[in-house]
Design a protein around this ligand. Structure first.
Ligand code: NI
Length: 396
């Protein structure tokens, strides 16, 4: 399908895509709680007459279009929201206090439903299978891993996979990505410093976890500045510290949270090892104890196949013009799309949704985050063309 024609067809259903997106936006659900979101996806698939498997990965939906003969290509959308209280003034603002689609996964789900509609209308021409992954729990829950573990990439075997993410750093009408590692390997850090609490007037009778924490936090910064090759990339961020209640009491414990990032899994393991050693040894020097944990899932880096990025780039050029396709640098954000590209060739592409006129300028995960909805049909058109043109290429 010519990318321009896909864009024209997607434009015709743009209002419908936007309506779905707004319905999702009003009712954000956190990881593995996407019950209403999943029901909305199933409702629309039922209306379109598209068969699906559900549940998969707890709250996920796996739909299929095509005749099952020939090659198989997958398109992926994530569905979960974030524990953020929305501060925008949009009329379809989140109706749930403390929860918000601040990463645009509502847009991703609506764009993929748009592609489902167009692909279904062309099903008689599809010789092969297009799988649509509506996955839960991208925000730290590794829903992508669970989809993979429950067989989403098998029967029929997926040969290529594509994912889109809205990107507020880029204006509407543009896309971007890169060959190779695009997004980082990530880990959360949970650090507990245990000492001996007591009256702040007699510090010699205590073992002060506050001072020890300060030393640990300061020293952890030397991992990146002194130990990492200056030409490599890594992040050690301490983002929360909790300890103590009163001015005259030294607490017995301090809790520290943070995140580690690297562009390789080996790099991430290296950071984890050094953070643990430094925290434990500094704590020991102060006669305290450090308990270092990396809770949840360490996401692998998201690595794009070079040919798949070239393929996506050419579609982007035909659809949006050469000047609107950007070669980007790697980003230290993480993505569980990585679990798919560990096993299958694929490409993760970002879609511009920035529009200064409507104040759509804030980054994802910001309470003021807005997406320009005029970009959504472009996402639908990209998904549609990625799938149809891949099947065309793969059959040869
Ligand atoms: Ni996201």
């Amino acid at each position: 399908m010519h990318p321009e024609e896909a864009k024209k067809e997607a434009k015709e259903i743009s209002d419908w895509i936007i309506e779905l997106r707004r319905e999702l936006h009003r009712h954000p659900e956190l990881m593995y709680e996407e019950v209403k979101t999943s029901a909305l996806v199933r409702r629309e698939l039922d209306n379109l007459g598209i068969p699906y498997k559900s549940p998969i990965a707890k709250t996920g939906v796996l739909a299929s279009i095509g005749n099952g003969n020939g090659p198989c290509v997958a398109l992926r959308a994530d569905m979960d929201a974030l524990p953020i209280h929305e501060e925008t003034d949009v009329e379809f603002k989140s109706e749930i206090d403390g929860k918000m689609h601040a990463c645009g996964h509502d847009c991703h789900t609506a764009m993929l439903l748009g592609a489902a509609k167009i692909l279904k209308s062309k099903e008689s021409e599809i010789n092969g299978t297009v799988k649509l992954f509506f996955q839960p729990a991208e925000e730290g829950g590794a829903g992508g891993k669970l989809m993979r573990d429950e067989g989403a990439l098998e029967n029929p075997k997926v040969e290529r996979i594509f994912g889109l993410h809205v990107w507020p750093q880029m204006p509407t009408g543009q896309i971007g990505s890169k060959k190779g590692t695009f997004l980082a390997a990530t880990s959360f850090l949970d650090l507990t410093i245990k000492g001996v609490g007591g009256h702040a007037a007699v510090p010699h009778l205590t073992r002060d976890p506050v001072l020890t924490s300060a030393q640990i936090i300061t020293n952890l910064q030397s991992v990146i500045s002194r130990e990492l090759d200056p030409l490599d990339s890594g992040v050690v961020s301490i983002s929360a510290i909790h300890g103590g209640m009163a001015a005259n009491v030294i607490p017995s414990e301090v809790k520290i949270l943070g995140t580690l990032r690297s562009l390789t899994m080996d790099g991430l393991k290296g950071l984890q090892r050094r953070v643990k050693e430094i925290a434990e040894k500094i704590a020991e020097a102060h006669e305290c104890e450090a308990i270092v944990e990396y809770p949840g899932n360490d996401y692998p880096p998201t690595v794009n196949d070079g040919d798949m990025w070239n393929f996506a780039k050419n579609i982007g050029k035909d659809m949006l013009g050469e000047e609107n396709v950007n070669e980007l640098d790697a980003v230290m954000g993480g993505e569980d799309f990585a679990y798919y590209t560990e096993q299958v060739k694929g490409c993760f592409v970002v879609l511009g949704v920035q529009n200064k006129e409507i104040d759509a300028i804030y980054s994802v995960h910001h309470p003021m985050f807005k997406a320009d909805e005029q970009a959504l049909h472009i996402g639908t058109a990209l998904h549609t063309t990625f799938a149809l043109n891949s099947l065309e290429e793969l059959k040869n």
